[in-house]
Design a protein around this ligand. Structure first.
Ligand SMILES: [Zn+2]
Length: 338
């Protein structure tokens, strides 16, 4: 056995970390430093159910998406002022940079802050300042994606859309629908929201087929016209759909640990991502909520590589796929204005 060759081809955490990577599916608050969250809760006198770092990850790994969302929304009141948004953004970017990430598309649920009375200027200015820091000091690309939770209904969806369009001025490049997939996905009003987002020059993605049926993925790609699918793992239950995703080269934003932590799959070995890869689908690896699930993007690659026996070449190809599937900035946004 040629041990040198084996070692040369070994996929280790250090090796993955050293490669510049693009992160396409990460929620800003899902990447908040736990210590910062607890500090903000104290400062703003917000009652938060976790008061010690050791209970942080167990609190969020609920094994159930609906319960997770109920806990995730407790993070929103922790951010109130421009300084909070800037601080959280800067810290998240520092952590991602240390993990080798050089391009990131953080999702932000603007409406969940606006509806609590936080000013749009405070959010925009804080996040823009954090993105400028990432760009100028860390050499990272940042494109914000505004998402809206389906559970809050279409009115909030329209509010999110208008805020996202105004947000193009401070770096919003994409639009997304998120959260628990209930009935009503085929409501034509969703089509109108996505059509208006597209007309405004925003790139489109959608959390679909995370726990919901394959039909939700079909609606997202055929009726809403999204360019990528967040998760999409339920396509494994529909071979025609998987074939369509492969032939149309629609990237899937796969988040392995998130799917395990929230019970979408029992373990990494049951995850369809390797089957998808072998079927020719465009797979990207992402972390979703790294702080809440106790992971990093590099660790997500390592977990999949270890489970499916990927060599370095395979990992490099998937990392490349992440770069190729990244959204460009909006035409009207100039990061040079930082
Ligand atoms: Zn997500």
């Amino acid at each position: 056995m040629d041990q040198t060759t084996d070692l040369d081809n070994a996929v280790s955490l250090e090796w993955i970390r050293a490669i510049p990577k693009a992160e396409l599916h990460i929620h800003l608050l899902g990447a908040i430093r736990p210590r910062t969250a607890l500090e903000l809760a104290r400062r703003h006198r917000v009652e938060f159910p976790v008061d010690s770092l050791e209970f942080w990850t167990p609190f969020f790994c609920t094994g159930n998406l609906a319960q997770f969302v109920e806990r995730f929304i407790l993070l929103f009141p922790l951010l109130r002022e421009k300084e909070d948004f800037e601080r959280v953004g800067r810290e998240v970017f520092e952590d991602l940079h240390a993990d080798g990430i050089r391009s990131v598309e953080p999702r932000i649920t603007l409406t969940s802050h606006l509806l609590r009375g936080v000013s749009e200027e405070a959010i925009g200015e804080g996040l823009a300042a954090a993105a400028c820091y990432a760009h100028e000091t860390l050499g990272m690309k940042v494109r914000w994606i505004v998402d809206f939770p389906r559970i809050l209904g279409l009115q909030v969806g329209r509010l999110a859309l208008e805020a996202a369009i105004r947000g193009i001025a401070w770096g919003v490049a994409g639009f997304d629908i998120a959260g628990y997939e209930g009935p009503g996905e085929d409501d034509p009003a969703y089509c109108a929201i996505f059509a208006r987002a597209r007309e405004a020059g925003l790139h489109l993605t959608a959390h679909a087929g995370e726990t919901g049926p394959p039909e939700h993925i079909r609606i997202a790609i055929n009726e809403w016209g999204v360019e990528r699918i967040g998760h999409g793992i339920q396509a494994s239950r529909d071979s025609d759909l998987a074939e369509e995703l492969a032939s149309r080269k629609i990237p899937l934003e796969i988040c392995p640990t998130s799917n395990i932590a929230l019970g979408a799959v029992p373990d990494i070995y049951s995850h369809p991502l390797e089957t998808f890869r072998q079927q020719g689908l465009r797979i990207t690896i992402n972390s979703d909520d790294p702080s809440l699930f106790g992971t990093t993007l590099s660790r997500e690659y390592l977990i999949a590589a270890a489970a499916f026996g990927w060599d370095r070449e395979t990992v490099l190809k998937i990392i490349e796929e992440g770069w190729l599937a990244a959204f460009p900035p909006h035409d009207l946004y100039k990061q040079s204005e930082c």
